[in-house]
Design a protein around this ligand. Structure first.
Ligand code: ATP
Length: 786
């Protein structure tokens, strides 16, 4: 026997605080698992795929813009190729999530990709090739088998919580369900019969807690134009669906307020619900995909697990009063296709839808980016979950309430390449986000007796009323004994009279109750009026807000379209920039070539210069050597002349006279003239000795004309500049030799020296010159400063 008890999923506040403060160690975290599925190419697509599979978890994408080729590689946890089967995808992705689900762990799996890339095919599939969702449902029911709690024992409170009811209450709910079903109009029943049947491949989870009783609940919602709709809501009777609001429960878990959560007892029931919800899904035709889903649809399976169940003698399960209830959920999210408005050429409502879809996908991306940044830089930026309903609903998952997986669906056609690059970039970002591992927590349930209040049936109420009065005797009239009848009637009258005050007491009490009830009714009415007024003002505000939202959406739509044209312009400009870059590169190349040429030229000229220098240096060296040799020869000659002179001075009768010549005095024009006079005098004296004969005048250099009146006396002379032949000297007519030498002193004055001698024949037939006189002609400038 059990009574109703409320249960809301386990508190998570502590975990969330840990996440935001980033104090968790990395071992407590797991990344968002991102898988990729490549769709087979359609016959209308180009033959070659735009992507290449490098390994089971890496693909490369090659792009080419304005002749520039780029190759980008993207890694995933696993890549499913066009040949991968639905079963393979289920086993890789969803099976581990189901194992977790039945152990009490939450899971979120969303499919992301460009319109028509195979998201719905992967998540739902078709009857022959069931996708992840039908396989999950079948696997859950295959696994829990008989371990199902009777229907309505665990009941959703439509506020994200669960109640555990008594068997009687559960029975009552089951009966009213049957009654409602009987009342369902025929056409609606027919609609429900029009269901999808998915084949069951019989996969099951092996390790299940045998002591548990399970109850499976389904919700199916869609987020369309950033509004949340309950796809299982039957209350509208075919009218348009109400926008639901998102709320946080007492444990700060997000939920859709008042969402229809249906307990299903078989896979078939779940598929019927899914089919009914599918019909309500907003579908629209776009130029890209004739069956494109314009909304994000979220199919959630909740598993409530009552543990510590035992069996009675009949083998029926007994739920003890002290128990624990574990609740876990798996959300399968089929996101609307990401698309570019420029490509779909949508207008009006479709454009608005597209902008809403893109905005919510954008905020999902922004949340992922900020989460990643917070984790990398240990920053504590606020994650803008509230920007869209999609992210707001799943914020608990990103804050550590379960495993998050994503399957990126890709159509490797060249037409989708641009959008696919954005999708792949997002996938890359998502993989870096790490989420705190979820630790299932069980809540102890203390099952109390009859907590739930329900209106007591009228029959019981009447019985209760009579029980306060004395028992009225049972009268059986026996008309054969009239006296006895009279006595009996008296008895009844007496007991009725005895009842009279009690009845008046009761009437008074009823009056009192009635008054208090009326008072409460009036209070409630007032309250109601106030609340209605409040609701009206809220309604008014809501209308205003809606108007504002519409305006904003129109603005966004305009901005989107201008964004498209700007993007096109941007592309154009990118092209121009590219060609400019190319030009710059070419010019750079040319410039570099020129610089290289110049450099070579410089090196060449430097080499040539060096060679010339070397040549010049060697010439100079030679000239110097030649000059030194000359100098040495001259010195030798001079030494010889000096020695000859010295020898002559020793033997000459002029010796005394020469020795008497005063020592050279400082140069004055006077002294110099005197010197010249003295020398000329002696020369004249000696010349007198040698006036006859022919002079051999040897001008070693071309003499500078002296222009002086004083000339050496040589009557006959033969002038030569070079002595080339021996006969030049041995000629018997030539008896005198005169060597003319000119020198320039430091002041630039020219001094002419005439070394004179006799040519004396030698016994060998040659000739020798015996120098015996030096005539010095010195020319000085009269204006020179001494
Ligand atoms: N792996 C696959 N094998 C065979 N067919 C596929 C595969 N993936 C997708 N398809 C087919 O491609 C078409 C488009 O796929 P689907 O409707 O799943 O795309 P989508 O991404 O859900 O598009 P949207 O975002 O517009 O809803 C469908 O006809 C589907 O059957």
């Amino acid at each position: 026997m059990f009574a109703s008890t409320k249960f809301t999923p386990t508190p998570r506040k502590l975990q969330r605080e840990k996440t935001t403060l980033s104090t968790n160690s990395d071992s407590d975290k797991e990344p968002v698992h991102v898988y990729c599925r490549l769709r087979p190419l359609k016959s209308s697509d180009s033959d070659q795929p735009s992507m290449k599979l490098l390994s089971p978890n890496e693909i490369s994408v090659v792009t080419e813009a304005k002749g520039i080729r780029k190759e980008m590689c993207y890694k995933f946890k696993h890549i499913f190729t066009a040949y991968s089967t639905q079963k393979e995808v289920f086993e890789h992705l969803a099976y581990p999530l189901l194992e977790d689900l039945l152990k009490g762990r939450n899971g979120l799996l969303f499919s992301y990709g460009v319109t028509g890339s195979g998201k719905t095919y992967t998540l739902t599939g078709n009857q022959e090739n069931p996708g992840i969702m039908p396989r999950c449902i079948n696997t859950i029911f295959n696994s829990i088998g008989e371990l199902q709690a009777p229907k309505f024992i665990i009941k959703s409170d439509r506020m994200n919580g669960f109640e555990v009811q008594t068997e009687d209450d559960a029975l009552h709910d089951r009966l009213s369900e049957i009654r409602n079903l009987a009342r369902t109009p025929k056409n609606q029943k027919k609609m429900n019969d029009d269901k999808t049947v998915f084949s069951n491949e019989g996969s099951r989870i092996a390790l299940i807690n045998d002591n548990s009783l399970f109850a499976i609940f389904i919700t199916y919602i869609e987020i369309y134009n950033n509004n949340v709709y309950d796809l299982l809501d039957e209350s509208g009777n075919g009218k348009s669906l109400q926008n639901k609001i998102l709320r946080e429960d007492s444990q700060r878990n997000m939920y859709v307020n008042g969402v229809t959560e249906v307990e299903v007892k078989s896979a078939q029931e779940a598929f019927e619900l899914f089919s009914a919800g599918q019909k309500k899904k907003k579908m629209a035709h776009t130029t890209l995909n004739a069956e494109s889903s314009r909304s994000h649809s979220i199919f959630t399976i909740r598993v409530a697990q009552l543990e510590q169940v035992t069996l009675n003698e009949d083998g029926k399960p007994i739920i003890p009063e002290k128990n624990v209830l574990t609740v876990s959920q798996l959300s399968l999210v089929d996101l609307a296709g990401s698309e570019r408005t420029s490509r779909t050429q949508n207008t009006g409502d479709r454009l608005r839808e597209a902008s809403c879809i893109n905005n919510s996908l954008m905020s999902l991306r922004t949340c992922m980016e900020i989460l990643r940044e917070n984790q990398r830089t240990r920053a504590n930026k606020v994650v803008p979950y509230r920007d869209s309903r999609l992210t707001y609903l799943f914020k608990n998952y990103f804050e550590g309430d379960g495993t998050v997986q994503m399957i990126v669906c890709v159509n490797p056609s060249y037409n989708d390449l641009d959008e696919n690059l954005h999708v792949l970039k997002f996938a890359e970002i998502s993989q870096d986000v790490k989420i705190t591992k979820f630790k299932p927590q069980q809540t102890p349930l203390s099952i109390k007796k009859t907590i739930k209040k329900r209106a007591t049936p009228a029959k019981i109420k009447t019985k209760a009323l009579f029980s306060v009065l004395p028992e009225i005797p049972f009268i059986k009239f026996d008309f054969s004994n009239v006296e006895e009848c009279g006595l009996q009637i008296d008895k009844v009258i007496k007991s009725l009279e005895f009842c009279k005050p009690k009845i008046s007491e009761l009437v008074a009490e009823i009056d009192k109750t009635d008054q208090s009830f009326r008072k409460r009714l009036v209070d409630m009415e007032n309250d109601n009026v106030q609340k209605t007024l409040q609701a009206n003002s809220y309604d008014h505000q809501l209308q205003k807000q809606k108007q504002k939202n519409n305006n904003l959406v129109t603005k966004i739509t305009h901005l989107e379209s201008s964004c498209g044209s700007l993007e096109a312009k941007n592309k154009e400009l990118e092209g121009v920039i590219c060609s400019l870059h190319n030009m710059i590169d070419e010019k750079d190349l040319k410039l570099n070539q020129k610089i290289l040429d110049k450099e070579k030229q410089k090196q060449k000229s430097a080499l040539a210069n060096e060679r010339k220098n070397q040549e010049l240096e060697s010439k100079l060296r030679k000239q110097r050597e030649h000059f030194h040799a000359n100098m040495r020869a001259k010195e030798i000659k001079l030494r010889m002349v000096k020695e000859a002179l010295d020898a002559e001075i020793v033997v000459s009768p002029m010796e005394e006279q020469v020795e008497n010549i005063p020592p050279p005095t400082p140069k004055t024009p006077e002294s110099s003239r005197r010197n010249l006079t003295t020398q000329t005098h002696s020369a004249r004296r000696r010349r007198s000795r040698s006036t006859d004969g022919v002079w051999l005048e040897h001008n070693a250099i071309k003499p500078v004309p002296l222009g002086t009146v004083m000339q050496p006396t040589m009557k006959k002379r033969k002038s030569v500049s070079k002595l080339t032949k021996a006969t030049d000297v041995t000629n018997s007519k030539q008896t005198k030799y005169c060597l003319v030498a000119q020198e320039q002193d430091a002041d630039g004055e020219v001094e002419t020296k005439l070394y004179k001698g006799d040519i004396v024949p030698t016994c060998g037939g040659g000739a020798q010159v015996i120098f015996n006189d030096v005539e010095r002609l010195r020319q000085e400038s009269p204006t020179r400063d001494d």
